[in-house]
Design a protein around this ligand. Structure first.
Ligand code: PNS
Length: 168
């Protein structure tokens, strides 16, 4: 059985993340979405909220593969989490060439730390290649429309950091 982990901050999860999750779930027998407990970037949502929203988004948007996907929080190194859950692969999305350098560095470093864990990249679908959680947060903060960037679960549950609910 092939098991992979898709690690990230997911603050919030976007349609770009969901595209990668859906495609990875058709390649691997099991996929765990690993939600980093303490992202370096300031998180607008707690770990529990992010996990709940990701689970709802997967149930809503990826019903055909949802039963093969777990969502769990983790702290510390991604490779340690991968080894702990028996994942042989780390999944990451590449949106553009600009992602490549930092992702290459992470993939090589992770392989140095844990040679048994390899990284597999999915090219994020072109229609989502411009998306980033940071931009979504900024747009939402200023009251902009993010309904075509994030799933309904995010719109329903996440506040915008100022105590207001993001409106559709
Ligand atoms: O969604 P992000 O913020 O792009 O995800 C980055 C993430 C979580 C994959 C990366 O920061 C990470 O793996 N953090 C855990 C700590 C770790 O393993 N650091 C060494 C990476 S070589």
């Amino acid at each position: 059985m092939t098991t992979a982990v898709y690690p990230g901050s997911f603050d919030p999860i976007t349609f770009g993340h969901l595209d990668v999750i859906g495609r990875a779930a058709t390649v691997f027998d099991r996929l765990t979405v690993g939600v980093l407990t303490n992202p370096r970037k300031s998180a607008i949502a707690s770990l529990d909220d992010r996990i709940t929203v990701i689970r709802e988004a997967i149930a809503d948007e990826l019903p055909d593969v949802a039963q093969r996907i777990d969502v769990a929080g983790f702290d510390g190194l991604t490779v340690d989490f991968a080894l702990e859950i028996g994942a042989g692969f780390i999944v990451r999305g590449l949106r553009a060439v600009s992602d490549f350098e930092s992702e290459l560095q992470m993939a090589h470093t992770n392989r140095k730390l844990a040679p048994a864990v390899d990284t597999v990249f999915f090219m994020t679908a072109l229609e989502h290649a411009y998306l980033s959680s940071s931009l979504v947060k900024e747009i939402a903060l200023f009251g902009g429309d993010v309904s075509r960037m994030v799933p309904a679960a995010v719109l329903r549950r996440l506040g915008d950091g100022a105590g207001r609910t993001i409106e559709r």
